[in-house]
Ligand binder design. Structure first.
Ligand code: NAP
Ligand code: GCO
Length: 264
């Protein structure tokens, strides 16, 4: 029988106090996994802990910035002590800055690359040795439409998420022989705090032009919800995907398949 169970597995989902990370960790818990998550501030960890508790999930939360190698090493050691070795890692923590490229400071560009690309490198590097020792593991990198497409104002984010796609393929290439599967999920446009500015109502009550643009660009004709990513994530975290490696699973309501609405 196909096995989607995560019973007995330990999952670390980064930046999972709310948003997509929270939804994925919740689905893993429902499939039987023990959950660890981190965020950069104690208030957010506390908010996350309360949200997990409300769902009946006994998650462990830690303060850790994914760009700081010493903090990440300590995070992994603490999780091993509290829950056991990490079997599933989701590199979810990420930020976006929407600034036209010629107005963007190099420091701002670097910060996005640091969190969205160096972060997954640092956290993956910290868990891979114990995955090798323990006979395998699953790494899921949260990529983006911007792993494939560009648009105005998101140069740093697109560069980071394009890089994350290739880091995914490289981890699969380099560590596949140790029964480590590293895949990406490329969400389409998902309604979370990160995309809230793109959905804000206009002063006259009408929809944000970007909101209408995305709905027209998506064959499913709607924004995604974080819950839309749960099934694909459980699949990639479970033994059902043991021969899937280096793949980016786009969960986008069809955006990447679509040429766009024809003019009326
Ligand atoms: P979100 O609502 O902004 O959540 C991101 C989380 O990452 C927040 O909890 C954030 O904490 C945390 N974080 C940021 N920097 C961190 C750091 N240095 N160390 C640890 N945690 C950090 O975003 P989301 O929409 O759920 O997105 C989650 C992931 O999916 C991101 O990688 C994003 O790029 C990607 N994604 C989102 C969409 C979408 O449409 N929403 C689509 C494709 C991909 P703070 O609140 O403290 O910043
Ligand atoms: C943007 C958005 C996107 C999404 C997502 C798409 O400004 O274009 O924030 O980049 O968050 O990553 O997959």
């Amino acid at each position: 029988m196909v096995n989607f169970s995560l019973e007995g597995k330990v999952a670390l989902v980064t930046g999972a106090s709310y948003g997509i990370g929270f939804a994925l960790a919740t689905a893993f818990a429902e499939a039987g996994a023990k959950i660890a998550f981190n965020d950069i501030k104690q208030e957010l960890v506390d908010k996350g802990l309360a949200a997990y508790k409300e769902k009946g999930i006994d998650a462990k939360g830690y303060v850790c910035d994914v760009t700081k190698e010493d903090q990440v090493q300590a995070l992994v050691a603490n999780i091993e002590k509290d829950l056991g070795p990490i079997n599933i890692l989701v590199n979810n923590a990420g930020i976006i800055k929407r600034i036209p490229m010629i107005e963007m400071k190099a420091e701002e560009f670097r910060q996005v690359i640091d969190i969205d690309l160096n972060g997954p490198f640092i956290v993956s590097k910290a868990v891979i040795p114990s995955m090798i020792k323990n006979g395998g593991g699953k790494i899921i990198n949260i990529c983006s439409m911007m792993s494939e497409l560009g648009r105005e104002t998101v140069s740093a984010y697109a560069a980071a998420k394009g890089g994350l796609k290739m880091l995914t393929k490289n981890i699969a290439s380099e560590y596949g022989e140790y029964n480590i599967q590293c895949n990406g999920i490329g969400p389409g446009y998902i309604a979370t705090p990160q995309t809230a500015p793109l959905r804000e109502r206009q002063a006259d009550g009408s929809r944000h032009p970007f909101d209408a643009f995305i709905v027209a660009k998506t064959p499913a004709a709607r924004w995604g919800n974080a819950e839309d990513l749960q099934g694909p994530a459980v699949f990639l975290a479970s033994s059902a995907s043991d021969f899937v490696n280096g793949h980016i699973l786009y969960v986008d309501g069809g955006i990447l398949a679509y040429i766009g609405k024809q003019p009326q």
